[in-house]
Design a protein around this ligand. Structure first.
Ligand code: PLP
Length: 485
């Protein structure tokens, strides 16, 4: 029996551990707002904590968990902190945490339908409902849960290649007589370039189209580039609009890009990894008007739907394309469901063994409902408006235009308020205070700005006031230091 004890532990000990686990989680959720938002970045210290561990001497389970909990408290960005104004990383829903614990315990295998019919049907149900939220015909639409937006974008490129070049699945890119090209804006997410590379297309196959002053893809430049590429012997096959850019929350002109895609017979993908959630709110739906004309959509539920990472979605209105792209016969895969009207997930996904990603979305939605999510999203949009308003009052200038709560700003009081030195110094000042986290980025690849995004449903107006106060103090310090020298 002692081998079982190694894996399962004794019942009494297990019960104590579960209780501790629940206490640790509850304590984290309750007290995270008292932690430093950003950790001290001390690699040597962390490595020295680990250096004595070589797994030769088993330790007490409670001690083991304590060690890890302490490490997580001390050394991570607390994205659940209401003053984390970051990169779309959510404070997880309570139901999402419950779901992930259940999934770990039941460990359903989502490669085949027959191993986990309940889980697979839940995911299929969710895919149909999300497809319909985005305006697809839910009877025909298909999709797959992914680890995140990167895998969803990867899936989009592969399905587009398979759709446009029937010989691709068998012969690969070397079976094509022309070099394929795809189009994104210069503000699009870098994962599209990375996945183009891992599809064997190479980064040069990704043509980045410039953006206008509102940071939206220039549609006339897109049309021109396609014509030029065709004349030069390339084979344009995909255009991706971004619905909510990572930098600035800007939505590309979806309808106009859909027109170009239709005219040019390109696969039309919309990367709505973060911004896609806005369709849930009736009065904001029109911000993504035209998305229903897309061939595929990337949507990350681990962003604005606040489920624990990683939970992305790839959706498509082409019912057969995932099968065409990924299906392959493997004699060892279970055939228990043969003859039933069901499809195995592994023949429609880049993944084989797969975690039950959909449960955290399902349980969160079951409890909050679409209405609950609408309330949350509306609140965050309002907090974004409040942040813009308070920044302007204090002499900061907003440089991006969007309804979504991603705010890019500079200082308007002095000319150096737009300099890289100022921008980086302000961000560092805020982060090192431990009270809040914001970041910097470059718009149009060269305009330095500060960036604060309402990513957390726990962020309230008091947190906005606090952030603006920290920013004002940091700015004052910067100017008094630079005027002394
Ligand atoms: C976050 C994001 C991605 C990448 O998603 P991951 O889940 O981080 O892989 C892709 N596109 C956009 C627009 C994003 O915001």
């Amino acid at each position: 029996m002692s081998h079982l004890k190694k894996m399962m532990l004794d019942k009494q000990l297990r019960i104590e551990l579960w209780q501790r686990l629940v206490e640790f989680i509850e304590e984290y959720i309750t007290n995270v707002n008292q932690a430093r938002v950003a950790p001290h970045l001390d690699a040597d210290k962390i490595r020295s904590l680990l250096s004595s561990i070589s797994f030769t001497q088993p330790i007490d389970p409670k001690q083991a968990v304590n060690f890890v909990v302490q490490g997580l408290w001390d050394y991570q960005m607390h994205v659940s902190h209401p003053q984390y104004f970051g990169l779309f990383n959510p404070a997880p829903t309570t139901m999402g945490i419950v779901a992930d614990a259940l999934v770990a315990a039941f460990n359903p295998q989502l490669a085949t339908w027959s191993h986990s019919p309940f889980a697979v049907e839940i995911e299929q149900h969710l895919i149909r409902l999300f497809a319909s939220q985005f305006g697809y015909n839910s009877e025909k639409a298909d999709g797959t849960f992914t680890t995140g937006g990167t895998e969803a974008n990867h899936t989009a490129i592969l399905t587009a290649l398979t759709h446009k070049f029937p010989e691709f699945a068998q012969r690969g890119l070397r079976g094509l007589d022309k070099q394929p090209k795809l189009y994104v804006s210069t503000e699009s997410h870098h994962s599209l370039i990375r996945t183009a590379r891992s599809c064997g297309l190479g980064a040069e196959a990704v043509q980045q189209i410039p953006v206008d002053d509102s940071l939206q893809m220039k549609v006339d430049a897109l049309t021109k580039q396609i014509a030029q590429d065709r004349a030069a012997g390339f084979a344009p096959f995909l255009v991706a609009a971004t619905a909510g850019t990572t930098n600035a929350g800007v939505v590309d002109p979806i309808t106009q890009i859909a027109d170009v895609a239709a005219e040019e017979e390109l696969w039309f993908h919309v990367d709505a990894a973060w911004g896609g959630a806005i369709v849930i709110v009736t009065e904001f739906r029109n911000i993504l008007a035209g998305i229903e004309r897309s061939d595929s959509i990337t949507f990350d539920t681990h962003k604005w739907l606040n489920v624990p990472m990683g939970a992305g979605l790839y959706l498509t209105r082409h019912p057969e394309i995932l099968l065409k792209t990924f299906s392959i016969d493997a004699s060892y895969m279970p055939k228990d469901a043969l003859g039933l009207d069901v499809v195995d997930p592994y023949v429609r996904s880049l993944q084989c063994s797969r975690r039950f990603i959909g449960l955290k979305v399902f349980l969160s939605l079951l409890v909050a409902g679409w209405d609950g999510y609408s309330t949350v999203i509306r609140h965050q949009v309002n907090m974004g408006d409040l942040l813009r308003q308070e920044l302007k009052k204090s002499g900061w200038g907003i440089v991006n235009q969007t309804k979504l709560p991603a705010v890019c700003f500079v200082d308007q009081q002095r000319p150096e308020g737009r300099s890289v030195e100022f921008i980086e110094s302000i961000a560092q000042g805020v982060v090192s205070s431990g009270k809040a986290w914001i970041s910097t980025t470059r718009l149009k690849q060269n305009i330095p700005v500060l960036r604060a995004c309402i990513t957390n449903y726990r962020t309230g107006s008091e947190d906005i006031y606090a952030l603006v106060q920290i920013l004002n103090e940091t700015r004052q310090n910067f100017y008094s230091k630079t005027s002394q020298t």
